[in-house]
Design a protein around this ligand. Structure first.
Ligand code: NAP
Length: 285
């Protein structure tokens, strides 16, 4: 069986077009544009690329955006002062602090400082709690993007066996929660899971988010399963690869996301969606 490829790039393009249209309507109705502030501390090259793409995404859909580039030796007080200023700024509806931060800064403390109404990454503890009870404004961008990919591909989750490998706060745990809220029967696996392949072979929908190149092989996948690869790993030759061995798994799966071009393009798209929602919530107040 050759799996259908879920084209995250194409789905992201059409989803961004919808956001652009909604933004134009928003501007007409309220007379201002949604605004996103992105804060980056230090010189991490991958973070710089992500931040540049977030700014480009904002321009593409008609948002205002500002990038605050702070030096590596920025103190906690200096960063807090900037976040406080952005929290109070009425033209800023979303605030994103690019992670990872330099070691001397505590990312949990920094995220807790962001106003929950502007926390468009949905990492603030109050937003995490709201996701848990199913009453939220924002969803974390990567799992939210996976849900859109499943929906746009016509994949029904209700009653399905869903297995998530990975339990990070950013991907694995919220992913499991969203699948549960969509009425999947969810199992979460991690590095201490015994007989992982036995568990993954039960999955109708398998989401992999571990950060290990080509880890999931065909023998770990039930024939006909939907396989979503969140992983982004650099090979020695510089090429990007996922956590799933695409070549072998695409022979047994019914649907599969490629890397690159699967989950990745959706992440910034969902950030744009969250920023528009934040601006709408602000405008309605
Ligand atoms: P993370 O915080 O490092 O978490 C990795 C998870 O995988 C942990 O829960 C870990 O288990 C589990 N794990 C590691 N080795 C395992 C093994 N051999 N068997 C079973 N579970 C194992 O990573 P993350 O932030 O969730 O990211 C995961 C991957 O997604 C990375 O490749 C990252 O680059 C990618 N990512 C992509 C996007 C995107 O936009 N496409 C966004 C975010 C992340 P323990 O908890 O037991 O240690």
């Amino acid at each position: 069986m050759a799996a259908k490829i879920i084209d995250g790039k194409a789905i992201s393009v059409s989803y961004r077009a919808e956001i652009s249209e909604d933004t134009a309507k928003f501007k007409e109705k309220y007379g201002f544009a949604p605004g996103l502030a992105v804060v980056i501390v230090g010189e991490d090259p991958a973070s710089k690329v992500y931040v540049r793409n977030k700014k480009l995404g904002c321009e593409q859909v008609g948002f205002n955006s500002a990038v605050y580039e702070l030096p590596e030796n920025t103190t906690k007080d200096e960063l807090n002062a900037l976040i406080d200023k952005l929290n109070a700024d009425k033209s800023v509806h979303g605030i994103l602090v690019q992670l990872p931060l330099p070691k001397h800064l505590d990312s949990e403390e920094v995220i807790a400082r962001i106003s929950p109404e502007k926390d468009v990454d949905a990492f603030h503890e109050s937003n995490v709690g709201r996701i848990m009870i199913g009453n939220y404004s924002f969803l974390p961008c990567t799992p939210a993007g996976v849900m859109v990919l499943l929906e746009k591909s016509g994949i029904d989750i209700s009653g399905k066996e869903c297995v998530v490998i990975g339990r990070s706060n950013i991907v694995g745990k919220p992913m499991a929660m969203l699948l549960l809220q969509a009425n999947g029967t969810v199992t979460v696996c991690h590095s201490r899971t015994k007989d992982l392949a036995e568990v993954t072979r039960r999955a109708d929908i398998l989401v992999v988010a571990i950060g290990k190149a080509d880890f999931v092989t065909a023998d770990m996948v039930k024939p006909g399963a939907v396989v979503i690869d969140v992983g982004m790993n650099r090979r020695a030759d510089g090429k990007l690869t996922g956590d799933v061995d695409f070549e072998s798994v695409s022979e047994v799966a019914s649907y599969i996301t490629p890397v690159p071009g699967g989950v990745g393009p959706m992440t910034i798209t969902m950030l744009l969606k969250n920023t528009l929602v934040a601006a709408e919530n602000f405008a309605k107040k």
